[in-house]
Write a protein that binds this ligand. Structure first.
Ligand code: ZN
Length: 207
Protein backbone atom coordinates (compact mmCIF):
# COMPACT_ATOMS: atom_id res chain seq x y z
CA UNK A 1 0.00 0.00 0.00
CA UNK A 2 2.78 2.39 0.94
CA UNK A 3 4.64 1.58 -2.28
CA UNK A 4 1.48 2.10 -4.31
CA UNK A 5 1.02 5.47 -2.64
CA UNK A 6 4.63 6.48 -3.32
CA UNK A 7 4.27 5.51 -6.98
CA UNK A 8 1.04 7.50 -7.25
CA UNK A 9 2.73 10.57 -5.74
CA UNK A 10 5.66 10.20 -8.16
CA UNK A 11 3.33 9.89 -11.16
CA UNK A 12 1.06 12.81 -10.30
CA UNK A 13 2.95 16.03 -11.07
CA UNK A 14 2.82 18.66 -8.31
CA UNK A 15 0.21 21.34 -8.96
CA UNK A 16 -0.17 24.91 -7.75
CA UNK A 17 -2.67 25.21 -4.85
CA UNK A 18 -3.97 28.47 -6.30
CA UNK A 19 -4.31 27.97 -10.07
CA UNK A 20 -4.01 24.17 -10.45
CA UNK A 21 -1.26 24.33 -13.06
CA UNK A 22 1.85 22.22 -12.66
CA UNK A 23 4.62 23.64 -10.50
CA UNK A 24 7.98 22.78 -8.96
CA UNK A 25 8.08 19.77 -6.70
CA UNK A 26 7.77 20.82 -3.03
CA UNK A 27 6.35 24.21 -4.05
CA UNK A 28 2.87 25.13 -2.80
CA UNK A 29 2.21 27.64 -5.56
CA UNK A 30 3.65 28.09 -9.06
CA UNK A 31 6.15 30.85 -9.84
CA UNK A 32 3.48 33.02 -11.46
CA UNK A 33 1.07 32.81 -8.52
CA UNK A 34 3.96 33.32 -6.10
CA UNK A 35 4.87 36.56 -7.87
CA UNK A 36 1.28 37.78 -7.92
CA UNK A 37 0.91 37.09 -4.22
CA UNK A 38 4.19 38.90 -3.55
CA UNK A 39 2.74 41.96 -5.32
CA UNK A 40 -0.36 42.06 -3.08
CA UNK A 41 -0.32 44.97 -0.62
CA UNK A 42 -0.74 44.21 3.09
CA UNK A 43 -3.33 46.26 4.99
CA UNK A 44 -2.82 47.78 8.44
CA UNK A 45 -5.41 49.71 10.41
CA UNK A 46 -7.27 50.09 13.68
CA UNK A 47 -9.46 47.21 12.64
CA UNK A 48 -12.92 46.31 13.90
CA UNK A 49 -14.23 47.69 17.22
CA UNK A 50 -12.52 46.30 20.30
CA UNK A 51 -9.13 45.72 18.68
CA UNK A 52 -6.02 47.82 19.17
CA UNK A 53 -4.74 47.11 15.64
CA UNK A 54 -5.49 44.74 12.78
CA UNK A 55 -3.21 43.69 9.93
CA UNK A 56 -3.96 41.55 6.89
CA UNK A 57 -1.33 40.23 4.50
CA UNK A 58 -3.39 40.80 1.33
CA UNK A 59 -6.82 41.80 0.03
CA UNK A 60 -9.17 38.81 -0.37
CA UNK A 61 -8.82 38.61 -4.14
CA UNK A 62 -6.80 36.87 -6.84
CA UNK A 63 -4.19 34.37 -5.52
CA UNK A 64 -4.92 35.17 -1.86
CA UNK A 65 -8.61 34.30 -2.34
CA UNK A 66 -7.70 31.08 -4.15
CA UNK A 67 -5.43 30.05 -1.27
CA UNK A 68 -8.10 30.76 1.34
CA UNK A 69 -10.46 28.50 -0.61
CA UNK A 70 -7.76 25.82 -1.03
CA UNK A 71 -7.25 25.65 2.73
CA UNK A 72 -10.92 25.84 3.65
CA UNK A 73 -12.46 23.52 1.08
CA UNK A 74 -9.61 21.29 -0.05
CA UNK A 75 -7.84 21.13 3.33
CA UNK A 76 -4.43 21.66 1.75
CA UNK A 77 -2.40 21.97 4.95
CA UNK A 78 0.83 23.21 3.28
CA UNK A 79 -1.22 26.29 2.38
CA UNK A 80 -1.56 27.12 6.10
CA UNK A 81 2.21 27.21 6.41
CA UNK A 82 2.57 29.34 3.28
CA UNK A 83 0.08 31.82 4.81
CA UNK A 84 1.97 31.78 8.12
CA UNK A 85 5.24 32.37 6.28
CA UNK A 86 3.83 35.42 4.52
CA UNK A 87 2.52 36.80 7.82
CA UNK A 88 5.86 36.14 9.53
CA UNK A 89 7.81 37.94 6.81
CA UNK A 90 5.54 40.91 6.16
CA UNK A 91 3.70 41.80 9.36
CA UNK A 92 5.25 44.65 11.38
CA UNK A 93 7.17 43.24 14.35
CA UNK A 94 4.92 45.07 16.83
CA UNK A 95 1.94 43.07 15.51
CA UNK A 96 3.57 39.70 16.13
CA UNK A 97 3.99 39.79 19.89
CA UNK A 98 1.79 38.18 22.52
CA UNK A 99 0.14 34.80 22.75
CA UNK A 100 -1.50 33.51 19.57
CA UNK A 101 -5.25 32.96 19.94
CA UNK A 102 -7.10 31.33 17.04
CA UNK A 103 -10.55 32.66 16.22
CA UNK A 104 -12.72 29.73 17.35
CA UNK A 105 -14.58 27.62 14.80
CA UNK A 106 -18.33 27.29 14.84
CA UNK A 107 -19.64 24.58 17.22
CA UNK A 108 -19.41 21.11 15.62
CA UNK A 109 -23.14 20.78 15.13
CA UNK A 110 -23.17 23.99 13.08
CA UNK A 111 -20.03 23.13 11.14
CA UNK A 112 -20.41 21.37 7.84
CA UNK A 113 -16.80 20.78 7.04
CA UNK A 114 -15.33 19.60 10.34
CA UNK A 115 -12.13 21.45 9.48
CA UNK A 116 -10.75 24.59 11.11
CA UNK A 117 -8.67 26.80 8.78
CA UNK A 118 -8.11 29.51 11.42
CA UNK A 119 -6.84 26.90 13.89
CA UNK A 120 -4.45 25.44 11.32
CA UNK A 121 -3.11 28.88 10.40
CA UNK A 122 -2.71 29.88 14.06
CA UNK A 123 -0.80 26.66 14.83
CA UNK A 124 1.52 27.16 11.84
CA UNK A 125 2.18 30.77 12.86
CA UNK A 126 2.84 29.86 16.50
CA UNK A 127 5.38 27.30 15.37
CA UNK A 128 7.15 29.75 13.06
CA UNK A 129 7.25 32.52 15.67
CA UNK A 130 7.96 30.13 18.54
CA UNK A 131 5.08 31.86 20.31
CA UNK A 132 2.62 30.35 22.79
CA UNK A 133 -0.64 29.09 21.28
CA UNK A 134 -3.60 29.70 23.58
CA UNK A 135 -6.82 28.05 22.52
CA UNK A 136 -8.87 29.99 25.03
CA UNK A 137 -11.97 31.03 23.10
CA UNK A 138 -15.00 28.98 22.19
CA UNK A 139 -17.98 29.75 20.08
CA UNK A 140 -21.39 28.72 21.29
CA UNK A 141 -24.16 27.99 18.88
CA UNK A 142 -27.38 29.81 19.39
CA UNK A 143 -30.41 27.63 18.88
CA UNK A 144 -32.05 30.61 17.29
CA UNK A 145 -29.45 30.64 14.51
CA UNK A 146 -30.23 27.15 13.30
CA UNK A 147 -32.49 27.33 10.30
CA UNK A 148 -32.05 31.04 9.84
CA UNK A 149 -31.05 32.23 6.44
CA UNK A 150 -27.52 33.60 6.15
CA UNK A 151 -28.74 37.16 5.62
CA UNK A 152 -30.66 36.96 8.90
CA UNK A 153 -27.74 35.42 10.79
CA UNK A 154 -25.32 38.17 9.76
CA UNK A 155 -27.15 40.66 11.97
CA UNK A 156 -26.52 38.48 15.03
CA UNK A 157 -22.97 38.64 16.40
CA UNK A 158 -21.42 35.26 17.19
CA UNK A 159 -21.52 34.18 20.84
CA UNK A 160 -17.90 33.83 21.90
CA UNK A 161 -16.66 33.12 25.40
CA UNK A 162 -13.25 32.72 26.97
CA UNK A 163 -12.62 29.40 28.66
CA UNK A 164 -10.23 30.17 31.52
CA UNK A 165 -7.86 33.10 31.86
CA UNK A 166 -6.96 34.97 28.69
CA UNK A 167 -3.37 36.07 27.95
CA UNK A 168 -2.54 39.66 28.90
CA UNK A 169 -1.36 40.34 25.35
CA UNK A 170 -3.36 38.48 22.69
CA UNK A 171 -2.73 38.09 18.97
CA UNK A 172 -5.95 36.89 17.32
CA UNK A 173 -5.45 34.89 14.13
CA UNK A 174 -7.99 34.16 11.37
CA UNK A 175 -7.70 33.26 7.70
CA UNK A 176 -10.04 36.00 6.47
CA UNK A 177 -11.32 39.24 7.96
CA UNK A 178 -14.80 39.85 6.59
CA UNK A 179 -17.24 42.08 8.50
CA UNK A 180 -15.16 42.15 11.67
CA UNK A 181 -18.11 41.10 13.85
CA UNK A 182 -16.35 37.89 14.84
CA UNK A 183 -13.08 39.63 15.74
CA UNK A 184 -15.01 42.19 17.78
CA UNK A 185 -16.78 39.41 19.70
CA UNK A 186 -13.42 37.67 20.26
CA UNK A 187 -11.80 40.89 21.50
CA UNK A 188 -14.67 41.52 23.94
CA UNK A 189 -14.41 37.99 25.33
CA UNK A 190 -10.62 38.28 25.70
CA UNK A 191 -10.78 41.64 27.49
CA UNK A 192 -13.51 40.34 29.80
CA UNK A 193 -11.17 37.47 30.69
CA UNK A 194 -8.11 39.63 31.38
CA UNK A 195 -6.44 40.67 28.11
CA UNK A 196 -5.24 44.28 28.08
CA UNK A 197 -3.88 44.26 24.52
CA UNK A 198 -5.74 42.61 21.63
CA UNK A 199 -4.50 42.80 18.05
CA UNK A 200 -5.42 40.64 15.06
CA UNK A 201 -3.64 39.35 11.99
CA UNK A 202 -5.40 37.65 9.12
CA UNK A 203 -4.05 36.24 5.90
CA UNK A 204 -6.67 38.03 3.77
CA UNK A 205 -9.17 40.83 4.16
CA UNK A 206 -12.37 41.36 2.21
CA UNK A 207 -12.56 44.98 1.06
ZN1 ZN B 1 -0.37 29.02 -9.84
Amino acid sequence: MEIAKAVAVALVPPVCAACGKSCRAEAVVCTRCGRRLADAEPLLGNGPAGLDRAWSSAPHEDVARDLVAALKFRRLLPVADLMAERIEWLAPAHMLSGAIVPVPPAPPRLRRRGFDPAGELAAALAERLDAPLEICLERRGSGRQVGRRRAERVGHPPRIHACGVAPRSALLVDDVLTTGATLTACARALRAAGSSRVVAVTFARRL
